[in-house]
Design a protein around this ligand. Structure first.
Ligand SMILES: Nc1ncnc2c1ncn2[C@@H]1O[C@H](COP(=O)(O)OP(=O)(O)OP(=O)(O)O)[C@@H](O)[C@H]1O
Ligand SMILES: [Mg+2]
Length: 142
């Protein structure tokens, strides 16, 4: 069986770090380089922060992180059952944010650090962000 885990927690700010560390540890065990793990940490932090900030604006809700090892890398999923996104294409654009205080760059980072990136969402039902990342080939010993 491929290695995998699922972490369920409330959408609290302190759990963003928990998700980041869990995904980073999983990626390290799966053979990712230090540089790749840094990218994974940023991407997972951005996805989990979005759940904390945007998915449940009024009260805490469920935040789920899932990681699964693939032959050539990993797939990471962050999902919630919150308010959802009306216009996904618009939300993914650089500098778009529904909060004027924010940069609107979270999705841009997630996409740039993934080999495949997908956002599924339905208003009132929640959001699922899926990131697939390939492991870089280990450097040849010289
Ligand atoms: N899980 C989510 N649930 C509901 N809305 C979301 C979710 N994730 C993102 N969004 C919406 O998509 C927009 C863009 O997200 P993105 O992470 O790119 O930027 P941001 O969170 O607004 O700013 P930044 O990430 O730079 O702090 C958000 O402003 C929000 O409206
Ligand atoms: Mg964000």
């Amino acid at each position: 069986m491929a290695n995998h885990f699922e972490l369920h927690c409330p959408s609290r700010a302190e759990n963003v770090g928990l998700c980041r560390v869990a995904a980073a540890t999983f990626a390290a065990n799966a053979g990712f380089s230090v540089a790749e793990i840094e990218e994974i940490k940023v991407a997972v932090s951005e996805a989990a922060s979005n759940v904390v900030v945007h998915a449940y604006p009024k009260e805490e809700g469920a935040l789920t992180l899932r990681c699964e090892e693939l032959e050539d890398g990993i797939v990471i999923e962050v999902r919630d059952q919150g308010v959802g996104i009306e216009d996904i294409a618009q939300a993914r654009q650089a500098s778009f944010s529904t909060d004027p205080e924010r940069m609107g760059l979270g999705f841009v980072f997630m996409e740039s650090f993934s080999d495949e990136f997908a956002v599924e969402s339905a208003p009132g039902r929640g959001t699922r962000v899926k990131m697939r990342k390939r492991r870089e080939a280990p450097a040849e010993a010289s």
